[in-house]
Design a protein around this ligand. Structure first.
Ligand code: HEM
Length: 387
């Protein structure tokens, strides 16, 4: 083990309230001075260099199943792909491509464009970004993906919002209990939906003989819990960077589909909605001279890796055309985000649509502040004017 280093006094710990709002100074210090860091506060190892995060996420000695073991569940669902290691992981993940793989997303392209158009048609004047854009966007995108009838969307949004608390490792006991109860309700809602036979990708998933019914429902509910809140919050995180930069908005307006796509990845690089993910080592692992023992809890801090100057030129700047962009906001390796094609397609449509329809879009009042929450990274109230 390397000598124990502590963050210098004066740098907010990334999990403290001040650090949650602005973790980047601590991440920068850790990456430069102690990239394989044992954090005495959380008793976890924090990996902040891109090289180490990418390698840990691809290394079978870092178990996702053990990394999630503290998460107690009472929704009667079996382990999901996110909490399973290979080889069983592949059995649970492969069928999910029927719902979320590139071909499924291509099939949805027209519906996603209609969701974005409908949303933009209803916007004018003042708006609060997450309430009026991010949440309806996430609801519309997931409702079309799951082939939900329009009349179910309000109930679905309410369930998705309540179940999303399961993402937050710092949720208090009461909130966590409510989140788990909402997960049970969401599962029953999805079960009833599948039973009505909506067809398409849902029928293909339901017919997959590799899965039990609870496992199939687990894939659907994971898509909602893993997808709804990060999709909703990525909108505010993106506008936080775009609105003070009229030249970036103009580039999005004029740059076509290719630029809109590289922009989505670049904005996720700068503000990863899922800033880290947990693993537990099943064997001793060395990174250079640093040695992580077996059985250690490790966080791959992808938000820190995404600003690693050894990998990204001008890591703190918004470069909408950045390509290649090997950011880790969608993770890496076997658990790489299954929803990434959907996020990229829908995100590009929304960002370009906002820039085209509202050339004078701007913040309204004080700049927004980052909420003191860890997952997903998100802003507090963010008021804008659309014109
Ligand atoms: C901006 C939005 C999103 C971000 C930043 C994001 C990020 C991530 C990350 C970092 C992981 C890997 C977690 C780990 O390795 O432990 C992941 C996994 C996953 N994501 Fe996403 N996600 C987003 C949206 C979505 C959406 C919309 C869906 C589905 C509709 C989705 C479905 C999944 C699934 C099913 C997994 C588990 C994959 C596996 O374990 O094999 N995500 N996501």
């Amino acid at each position: 083990m390397t000598a124990l280093r502590r963050l210098p006094a004066g740098l907010a710990h990334p999990f403290s309230p001040a650090g949650r709002a602005d973790p980047y100074p601590a991440y920068d210090w850790l990456r430069a001075n102690d990239p394989v860091h044992f954090d005495v506060t959380s008793r976890m190892w924090l990996l902040t260099a891109h090289e180490h995060c990418a390698s840990a996420l691809k290394d079978p000695r870092f178990s996702a199943a053990l990394g999630q073991r503290e998460r107690v569940r009472d929704d009667d669902l079996p382990a999901s792909m996110l909490t399973t290691d290979p080889p069983d992981h592949n059995r649970l993940r492969a069928p999910g491509t029927a719902l979320l793989g590139p071909a499924a997303v291509r099939e949805l392209a027209g519906d996603l464009a209609a969701v974005v158009d409908g949303l933009l048609d209803g916007l004018a004047g003042a708006a609060e970004v997450t309430r009026h854009i991010g949440e309806p966007f996430a609801t519309g995108v997931l409702a079309r993906t799951l082939l939900l009838p329009r009349e179910d969307e309000t109930a679905f949004a309410d369930l998705a919002r309540r179940a999303s608390v399961n993402l937050d490792p710092l949720a208090g006991p009461q909130a966590a209990r409510e989140g788990r109860a909402a997960m049970g309700e969401l599962t029953r809602f999805l079960d009833a939906h599948v039973a009505r036979g909506p067809g398409g990708s849902i029928a293909r998933l339901a017919a997959d003989e590799r899965l039990t019914r609870p496992e199939m429902l687990g894939i659907l509910s994971l898509a909602v819990v893993g997808g709804w809140r990060p999709l909703a919050e990525m909108v505010g995180n993106a506008l936080f960077w775009l609105l003070p930069r009229p030249e970036a908005l103009a580039a999005l307006r004029d740059g076509g589909d290719d630029l809109a796509r590289t922009a989505v990845d670049e904005l996720l690089r700068l503000e990863a909605p899922i800033p880290f993910t947990a693993r537990v080592t099943t064997a001793e692992v060395s990174f250079g001279r640093a040695v992580i023992p077996a059985g250690a809890r490790v966080l791959a801090v992808v938000a820190a890796a995404n600003r690693d100057p050894d990998v990204f030129d001008r890591p703190g700047d918004l470069v909408l055309t950045r390509s290649p962009n090997p950011h880790l906001a969608f993770g890496a390796g076997t658990h790489f985000c299954l929803g990434a094609p959907l996020v990229r397609q829908a995100g590009a449509l929304l960002l370009r649509g906002l820039a085209e329809r509202f050339p004078a879009i701007r913040a309204d009042g004080d700049p927004p502040a980052w909420a003191p929450v860890l997952v997903p990274r998100r802003l507090g109230e963010f008021r804008i004017r659309l014109s």
